[in-house]
Ligand binder design. Structure first.
Ligand code: CO
Ligand code: CO
Length: 329
């Protein structure tokens, strides 16, 4: 455990993707702030996709995304690995391959030793290296709260993008990582207990999930991060003009997630996610089950329209649009 006597999570007001600006609030802020664009912009801000995409020529599209957040875990090296896997994920969620990353750093120089920042950066470098993506430079500022992430550039074929507006009725809903890191991270922040299963899940790249989706000829994907499964599924179903039906019993969870919920470690971000989706939700399950489905993930898996050969669990299906954009049963 690399902490140099400091519990990194105690320097953060919120953790991981749970420190995102709430989804409804963000949509209101950016509404109408869409430039004249260009003919080459394939994916912009309109439907809240994972990365912006421009077409360079018939075979090449460039993807651009950035993600950074406050510490989700106390271990500096693990925090770096998690933040990098999470930033790289938005490229995989679009069907791309990352080709260049730069670091984004906020660090309280007066409060935390720079050796810890070095460990954060080392973690980020190790995960980017695993992804075959060079890390060169970046930007750092003195900041009252530690923050780390990356801006990542990726490449994809313009005709083989995985978009969040391309789900069709009749397709299965597939999830490639179990849920529950939000509630486990929240427990870690409160008690210091370490959940290796959550760390292992968060540092796992979505590269294989992306490859499996492309291999299966799928067209629609997003990654499950701060808005939780319900939030990201809502965005995907809304953008695609379909209704998503979830079989709650089929959704996989990390060990300890249910217990952490029962013990009261639900984050404010998770509650905001559920509040945001609720007007468009028809539910046959209890509130606890909905909170688990809305659990704010950090570096979560891919959510796919369609099935893949390995590495995914089918948790429901898309059907023609009904009154509710999401049905849980
Ligand atoms: Co994303
Ligand atoms: Co993102």
């Amino acid at each position: 455990m690399i902490t140099a006597g400091h519990r990194l999570t105690q320097y953060a007001h919120g953790g991981g993707c749970a420190c995102k600006i709430p989804p409804g609030e963000l949509e209101a802020i950016v509404a109408g702030l869409i430039g004249p664009g260009s003919a080459g912009l394939l994916v912009g801000l309109d439907d809240g996709d994972d990365a912006a995409v421009v077409r360079i020529d018939g075979d090449t599209a460039v993807l651009s995304t950035a993600d950074f957040f406050t510490p989700v875990v106390d271990d500096a090296y693990d925090f770096g690995r998690i933040a990098a896997a999470n930033a790289l994920s938005d490229v995989y969620a679009m069907g791309g391959r990352p080709v260049l990353a730069i670091n984004l750093v906020g660090w309280p120089r007066d409060l935390l030793p720079t050796e810890l920042l070095r460990e954060v950066l080392r973690g980020g470098l190790d995960i980017a290296t695993e992804a075959g993506c060079p890390v060169a430079g970046g930007h750092s500022i003195d900041d009252p709260e530690p923050k780390y992430g990356m801006a990542v550039t990726g490449l994809a074929h313009p005709d083989r993008l995985l978009r969040n507006d391309a789900a069709r009725a009749g397709q299965a809903i597939t999830l490639t990582k179990p849920l529950g890191v939000g509630v486990l991270n929240n427990r870690h922040k409160a008690t210091g207990e370490v959940f290796e299963q959550a760390i292992a899940s968060m540092v796992t790249l979505n590269r294989e999930a992306c490859a499996a989706a492309l291999e299966a000829g799928l067209r629609a994907a997003t990654d499950v991060t701060g808005f939780g499964l319900l939030g990201h599924l809502y965005k995907m179903a809304r953008a695609s003009g379909v209704t998503a039906v979830i079989d709650a019993a089929a959704v996989p969870y990390l060990d300890g997630a249910r217990q952490a919920l029962a013990d009261g470690f639900v984050s404010g971000g998770t509650r905001r996610n559920l509040d945001w989706v609720r007007p468009n939700l028809e539910s046959g399950v209890d509130e606890d089950e909905l909170l688990l489905l809305a659990d704010a993930q950090t570096s979560g898996g891919l959510l796919l329209a369609g099935e893949i050969a390995t590495g995914g669990v089918v948790i429901g299906e898309f059907i023609p649009r009904r009154d509710a954009v999401i049905q849980v049963r």
